[in-house]
Design a protein around this ligand. Structure first.
Ligand SMILES: NC(=O)c1ccc[n+]([C@@H]2O[C@H](COP(=O)([O-])OP(=O)(O)OC[C@H]3O[C@@H](n4cnc5c(N)ncnc54)[C@H](O)[C@@H]3O)[C@@H](O)[C@H]2O)c1
Length: 255
């Protein structure tokens, strides 16, 4: 995939899938800036340390990013074993604050890729709630909305991945028409990363046993990164507002 001359920001670049994306995108010719709360373990062109669940830290990170760049990969995330308010802040509210905050720093033709999950697949069941949350303006308003519409801990990971998919669907075309910026989601199935065990704990043995025969195996980070690089590239210039499963066919078995 040719990403020559592009500058791409990758959140979550210090572990797992984000690190694999950063590595591949850099090898494909891009200048890569990582953003993470932890220091990176791979070579990057630049790194911004930030807590993407904290609005003040996100604002600082936005200021530290270049005036103009060509892509944002929102791969930072926490599993549902984390407290629900942290899942809300990192996986949804902070992701939105960063993305909305840098939108005018993106060049025409830029691409945003948001990490959803196969576990966000039931977004249609709570569509009106997700649309209402998508309509809020800013992190603080989002927190206030969630205080009035509490999300159960047991399914908060799924809820905020669903919400991310619905926000992406609702927002993508407006930015494409106005700024020529595309935004898509990817929805991995289980992937061998440090948080895979958290997903097993979070889902419980019954769900894991139900999914096991539907899968060849969990994926590897280097099987997730290439479709993300494709979505960042000009070859995907007519792909906007989709949620792309990268799951070895797992989601198709739920139909
Ligand atoms: N691993 C899977 O099975 C799987 C499946 C579907 C979707 N996903 C999604 O893929 C993305 C990457 O997950 P992963 O498996 O590589 O996890 P990971 O834990 O290996 O990496 C997540 C990265 O996000 C960073 N991060 C977490 N909270 C942060 C914060 N507050 N501020 C800044 N950085 C923060 C971590 O430091 C880490 O580097 C996540 O959005 C996750 O929800 C993972």
């Amino acid at each position: 995939m040719n990403l020559n001359g592009k500058t791409i920001v990758v959140t979550g670049a210090s572990s797992g899938i984000g690190a694999e994306v950063a590595r591949l995108v850099r090898l494909s010719g891009a200048h890569v800036i990582g953003v993470d709360r932890n220091d990176p373990l791979i070579s990057l062109d630049a790194f911004v340390k930030a807590d993407l669940g904290d609005p003040a830290s996100i604002e600082e990170a936005i200021g530290a990013l270049p005036d103009k760049f060509d892509g944002l990969v929102n791969a930072a995330g926490v599993p549902g074993t984390a407290p629900c308010d942290l899942v809300a802040r990192v996986n949804y509210l902070g992701l939105r604050q960063l993305t909305e905050g840098i939108i005018e720093q993106l060049n025409p033709g830029a691409s945003i890729v948001n990490f959803a999950s196969v576990l966000g697949g039931e977004w249609l069941q709570r569509l009106e709630l997700h649309k209402a949350l998508a309509a809020v303006n800013g992190f603080a308003e989002g927190e206030a909305w969630l205080a009035g519409n509490p999300v159960p801990q047991a399914t908060c990971y799924q809820y905020f991945k669903e919400a991310l998919i619905v926000w992406t669907f609702g927002q993508a075309q407006e930015w494409f028409l106005e700024f020529d910026i595309r935004m898509n989601c990817v929805a991995p199935g289980p992937v061998f990363t440090p948080i895979l065990g958290d997903f097993v704990t979070m889902l419980g043995e019954e769900r894991v046993a139900n999914d096991a025969p539907r899968m060849k195996r969990p994926g590897f980070g280097d099987e997730i990164a290439p479709p993300v690089a494709f979505l960042l590239s000009d070859a995907a210039r007519w792909i906007n507002g989709v949620n792309l499963p990268i799951d070895g066919g797992l989601a198709s078995t739920y139909v």
